[in-house]
Design a protein around this ligand. Structure first.
Ligand code: PLP
Length: 439
């Protein structure tokens, strides 16, 4: 069993987070319920930011809001002085609703629409990360129509695929994102952007993967980008002000995961960038990164109520909860693994290994396959750890299940930041064929 941040067992044997009893929260707000440990989010954010500060490196740490985007979360990011990465009009709208300074917003996406680009320009976002030739042309056209200049980064795919402990060098990356660094696409895109009066090219962006537990992938990506910068300096007289190395810093979902401290990723990135810049005789660029999961992943805990149970003799015991792939699709989508405990009986002796089933009408709707637990009863609360990233943000209404409430906890206080959807919310967009007949 492992606990993160402020999580602990209180004298009732209940899971407590941020000084608040999670069983009380489940009773007050209902289940499924997402609880975020605000102190832990702050700690994670500061670890990245302070490492750059320690080495005197100009940087922006942009929270990748796709991991968990709500108005309160964006406000928290603002409090911590981070920047924000958004990938859609909806994420941008959320940021604006939260009064996030637009100049610290970076707009991503592989298929931004005209309307989204216009919205970004109208609100003065800090930079647009150009992903492909279509966007290059579209954005140039929109800027020309409005007599505006857009600050942009050029997103490249450096031919490094990093995932967990593996990184693969590929000649040409098979990815829907970015301009290939190896086949001349990135050179063409940069040349085009530099020659346009509509763009102020701030620099280069890449993102090499997710759940990365090594620094090697980031170091290799930096090397590849700086080698290209040598060419670009020569050919286009272009030296980037910014090198953005994306997100992907790993977290510990289970004991099999062995993430590095934020400082270690950042220190290695800084060391490589400084070395490369010195070799090229250029000023150290600003280093930008985009952590998503590593800021919110282990700060989130999902609480479910346990309901039905099915025993398949000699095979397994299914224990069903009142949520599932509708509020956390990661296990069904990519076999993500989680640890969990009974929030109301954390210290009780484990007596059996059960499979935690969701309540959606899909056999694949399983949250955890093999989880040691005390003998459970209907009404027990299951706390699934590390559900803060890509859980609520991917939540859906499959089977017309209302999406859960979200609560922030800190210093013994709980604050509702997303209310639970109601059945009425579920039908709010439906347009009936005819008026309801009174029977
Ligand atoms: C461009 C970009 N930046 C940042 C991230 C955040 O990644 P993570 O949540 O793994 O840190 C992603 C994730 O998909 C991404 O695509």
């Amino acid at each position: 069993m492992f606990f993160y941040g402020t999580s602990r067992v209180n004298d009732k044997g209940h899971l407590e987070i941020g000084g608040v009893d999670t069983v009380d929260l489940a009773k007050e707000y209902g289940t499924p319920l997402y609880i975020y440990d605000v102190a832990l989010i702050r700690q994670r954010a500061r670890a990245f930011k302070e490492t750059f500060e320690k080495y005197g490196v100009k940087a922006q740490v942009a929270y990748a809001s796709k991991a968990f985007s709500t108005v309160a979360m964006v406000q928290l990011v603002e409090e911590e002085g981070l920047s924000l990465d958004v990938v859609s009009g909806g994420e941008l709208y959320t940021a604006l609703k939260a009064d996030f300074p637009p100049e610290r917003i970076h707009f991503h996406g592989n298929n931004k629409s005209r309307q989204e680009l216009e919205m970004a320009l109208a609100h003065g976002v800090g930079c647009i990360v150009i992903d492909n030739f279509y966007e290059l042309q579209l954005l140039e056209q929109i800027c020309a129509e409005r007599g505006m200049t857009a600050s942009v980064l050029i997103r490249v795919t450096p031919g490094i695929e990093a995932h967990t402990h593996d990184y693969i060098l590929t000649g040409q990356e098979d990815s829907k994102f970015g301009f290939d660094l190896n086949n001349g696409q990135a050179d063409r895109a940069l040349k085009q952007a530099l020659s346009s009066p509509s763009f102020h090219v701030l620099g280069i962006h890449c993102h090499i993967g997710s759940q990365i537990f090594e620094t090697t992938g980031f170091v290799l990506a930096a090397q590849k980008i700086f080698h290209k910068i040598a060419d670009w300096k020569e050919v286009y007289d272009f030296v980037p002000k910014v090198v953005n190395l994306g997100g992907g810093f790993g977290i510990r979902y289970t004991n099999e995961d062995t993430p590095l401290p934020a400082a270690e990723y950042v220190e290695n990135i800084i060391a490589e960038a400084a070395k490369q810049a010195a070799e090229l005789g250029i000023a150290m660029p600003e280093i930008w990164i985009e952590p998503g999961r590593s800021l919110v992943g282990d700060a989130g805990t999902a609480i479910y109520s346990i309901g039905s149970r099915k025993e398949v003799p000699n095979v397994r015991h299914y224990v069903a909860v009142d949520g599932g792939m509708s509020d956390n699709i990661r296990p069904a989508l990519y076999e993500a693994k989680y640890e969990a405990v009974l929030a109301n009986r954390v210290l009780d002796e484990k007596q059996e290994v059960v499979a935690i089933a969701g309540k959606c009408c899909e056999s694949g709707d399983m949250l955890i396959w093999d989880l040691p637990l005390p003998k459970t009863e209907a009404g027990d609360y299951l706390a699934v750890f590390c559900t803060g990233a890509y859980g609520y943000s991917m939540a859906n209404n499959y089977n017309r299940l209302p999406r859960p409430a979200v609560v922030f906890v800190e210093n013994g206080e709980a604050q509702l930041v997303v209310r639970r959807e109601t059945y009425e919310d579920l039908v709010r967009l439906d347009v009936p064929l005819r008026a309801k007949v009174n029977r």
